[in-house]
Design a protein around this ligand. Structure first.
Ligand SMILES: NC(=O)c1ccc[n+]([C@@H]2O[C@H](COP(=O)([O-])OP(=O)(O)OC[C@H]3O[C@@H](n4cnc5c(N)ncnc54)[C@H](OP(=O)(O)O)[C@@H]3O)[C@@H](O)[C@H]2O)c1
Length: 357
């Protein structure tokens, strides 16, 4: 990765999880090997990263613009970046990921080349991975789902009487908050809310950030005074589509939406969850549910990524057989392992996703 693309990616990373339905993008403007402008796309409807990097620049002849994603060439909520790049007389554009959006794909680069601007596409695996959920959402109209589960050494997920257990250590918790921050929407279940009453906010240092929260609640019975509802940016209740009117009446006046999925044998058919959330513009979701939802999602390969925190603690409530029967390794490939003082953090990715690439 060129140093300047790395800097552009660092800009983009600051807003991952906050720009849906747009992708997070970063850009740096370089003159004589020095960064003279930098920018990121803050949120949908706000200026694009290229505009921010060029803010205050009158004419940029002789400069190179490094941008994580191919510059856009269409009118959305803001005008095309390709117009601005030509207007400022930028000499060269380097981008690291081709936009899968058919309105832009290859066209943004071609418009700039036709205008006499030197354009280089330097594909970069780190940038490709950064855009995995945006690519997935654009190509398949589905939200990239990641399910996390924390397990004790004896494969327990809660206390002996089903009560909440603080399983993971500080590094795993910090990892959770980073992943919550990078996701467009966070998912949990009515059962987990009833037992744990979690806040489900993003806590990074002293910052507390509210996110859209999706609650799997088949019968729309989630308690209205739950901390999660008070701390959500908006709430998306997903329940049985035959009960949708009950849900709308129950949550009337609260900020959010009530959506329906089909259900069978008293279970929501969670295979439809990814498309349902994609229609709301969410590229990426982070799921923190208990073992029932986790099992359903993983054994059916309805999540693209699985994150396990394997703790050194013993709970006395173990479920080794249940966990081993999931055979995660059959359908998921181990992507990353991090050993901390208290936990082993494993990231698994669906093998089929690799085949799609
Ligand atoms: N270790 C961890 O990482 C972790 C994380 C979160 C929670 N927990 C613990 O997990 C426990 C709760 O676990 P749980 O297994 O009871 O709850 P769960 O897996 O979080 O969720 C089950 C809930 O999801 C709903 N649901 C909807 N569709 C479903 C489907 N297709 N399959 C399964 N459930 C579906 C069920 O609603 P209906 O009953 O209305 O159908 C039920 O309320 C708590 O003790 C909590 O502390 C552990």
């Amino acid at each position: 990765m060129t140093g300047f693309i790395k800097e552009a990616l660092a800009e983009a990373r600051k807003r991952k999880g906050y720009t849906y339905p747009n992708p997070a993008v970063g850009a740096v403007l370089v003159a004589n090997q020095q960064v003279v402008g930098r920018g990121m796309h803050w949120a949908a409807g706000q200026p694009h990263a290229e505009v921010e990097a060029l803010r205050g620049v009158r004419e940029a002849a002789g400069t190179t613009l490094f941008v994580t994603l191919e510059p856009c060439c269409h009118f959305g909520k803001t005008p095309p970046c390709t117009d601005l790049i030509q207007e400022k007389k930028i000499s060269r554009v380097v981008y690291a990921h081709a936009d899968p959006n058919p309105q832009v794909s290859g066209k943004g680069a071609q418009i700039l080349r036709d205008a006499g601007i030197e354009v280089s596409y330097i594909q970069d695996p780190e940038v490709d991975d950064f855009y995995r959920s945006y690519d997935f959402w654009t190509r398949h109209q589905r939200t990239w789902l990641t399910a996390k589960l924390a397990l004790t050494k004896d494969f327990g997920t809660s206390g002996e009487s089903g009560e909440r257990l603080f399983i993971s250590g500080p590094e795993a918790n910090a990892y959770t908050h980073r992943r919550r921050s990078e996701a467009d929407v966070l998912i949990t279940s009515e059962s987990t809310i009833r037992i744990d009453n979690p806040l489900f906010t993003v806590r990074l240092g002293k910052q507390v950030i509210k996110k859209p929260i999706c609650i799997l609640d088949r019968e729309f019975r989630c308690a209205l005074d739950s901390d999660i509802i008070k701390n959500a940016l908006q709430t998306i209740w997903v329940g049985d589509h035959n009960r949708i009117e009950t849900g709308k009446q129950r949550f009337l006046g609260l900020k959010g939406q009530v959506l329906g999925l089909e259900s069978s044998k008293n279970l929501l058919r969670l295979e439809g969850l990814s498309s349902l959330l994609a229609q709301q513009g969410f590229h990426e979701a982070w799921i923190e549910c208990g073992p029932r939802v986790f099992t359903e999602l993983v054994k059916n390969q309805w999540v693209q990524e699985v994150v396990l925190y394997l703790s050194k603690k013993i709970a006395g409530s173990g479920g080794r057989l249940y966990f081993e029967s999931l055979s995660i390794e059959n359908h998921y490939r181990l992507l990353n392992v991090q050993e901390t003082d208290s936990d082993r953090i494993e990231v698994w990715r669906l093998k089929r996703v690799f085949q799609d690439e």
